[in-house]
Design a protein around this ligand. Sequence first.
Ligand code: FAD
Length: 395
Amino acid sequence: MRDVYDAIIIGAGPAGCAAARTLAKAGLSVGLFDKASFPRDKTCGDALIPDAYHALEKLGLIERVLDISCPLHGMRLFGFDGSDVLVRADSACVPRLKLDELLLNSAIEAGIEFLPGHEFVGLFDEDEKIYRTEFYRGGSVVTARARWVLLATGASVEPIQRAGLLLRAECRSFAVRQYVRNERLAKDFNELVFAFDPAVKGGYGWIFPGPDAIFNIGVGFFGSAHKYNNPRRSYEKFVAKHPLAQNLMRDGEIMSPLKGAPLRTGLSGTRFARGGLLGIGECIGATFPLTGEGIGKAMETGILAAEAIIAEYDPGRAAVAQAYTDSMKALQPKFEVYRKAEFLFNWPYLTNKLVAHAIKSESTRGKVEGLFNETSDPGFLLTLSGWMRMLFANR
Ligand SMILES: Cc1cc2nc3c(=O)[nH]c(=O)nc-3n(C[C@H](O)[C@H](O)[C@H](O)COP(=O)(O)OP(=O)(O)OC[C@H]3O[C@@H](n4cnc5c(N)ncnc54)[C@H](O)[C@@H]3O)c2cc1C
């Protein structure tokens, strides 16, 4: 371990690794710390959507990731009434165990120093330029210093609080997933399946086909829905009743226990930066409400933080914090629309109309595709005129 790094990054998930690779490629010395030893699993749906593709392209890693993924045609959305529509968008599924290992190795190749088994416990401003960070390692406290610190510890509240970035403790969402192998159905599944389903009140169920005929199946709850639902029971109902899931489970081999984790969504509830400390990825809520997808935005925020440091290294902390905060504020309106659109989980009638209209109308399907591809304004989900058109057209 060095005496002083240019940057210390805490957390080696997609956010931390993307930032680490970007900073190291620009010639900065980087210490990447994680409490876990790698490869380590992360409870996730494992789906990559267009924003993840963009970030991986920027990192120069898209080919390598696709080599270990199951590439898919797009996303199939099921309404509560069982009707479905295909949304074309770049999409793939790759187990986090493998994705995160690849991302970490790509940061190590770029020259970072990886320090596993270090649990972050404290951050102190030593002077106006240097931070002292403290980690538990094997029962004792280890200290490391850096000019910049990036917090990338994901959804757990404690590290965000310890770093002084927390404004609100609540995690807005919760999801559970299980791995199931089914050789018979593997060749028939070429899409990420998102299913609005009566078994999952206030959320949705998913079936994501990964490599080696292993499916990631799960249910997620958004807003306050997780407080009023038993995720295990909802999952059991979903796999028992949804026709695709039922078929998969019939002769599928269970590969893992059902595991759950919270999600911090909505890009709110934390400060983005404090002096030379920047929060990136899910710890600042960079996971989308409504869909729960966050791998892409974790990498994107990691890259944006690294770019702010590289561009404003000499002017210093205030300039970096401002540039990074501005880039997060630019993302906020989209997160706000997604958050408001969570009403769809509780309005089956409207959700079914949206799917029905997307089946019939190229233009509506284009808007839904634009939503996932981030090429059109998702605000159409919230306008009265947009809903009137859909309701009227389907009569
Ligand atoms: C069930 C479920 C399904 C999901 N499905 C999808 C999906 O299909 N697609 C998608 O895009 N997103 C999905 N998400 C969201 C996605 O998992 C997150 O958005 C993403 O992992 C965030 O990346 P990150 O790098 O910010 O944090 P993480 O991936 O959580 O990485 C944080 C890292 O920090 C380390 N760490 C934590 N605390 C400390 C500490 N005190 N000291 C040191 N290290 C620490 C952890 O060990 C970990 O390695 C899902 C989430 C859940 C819970």
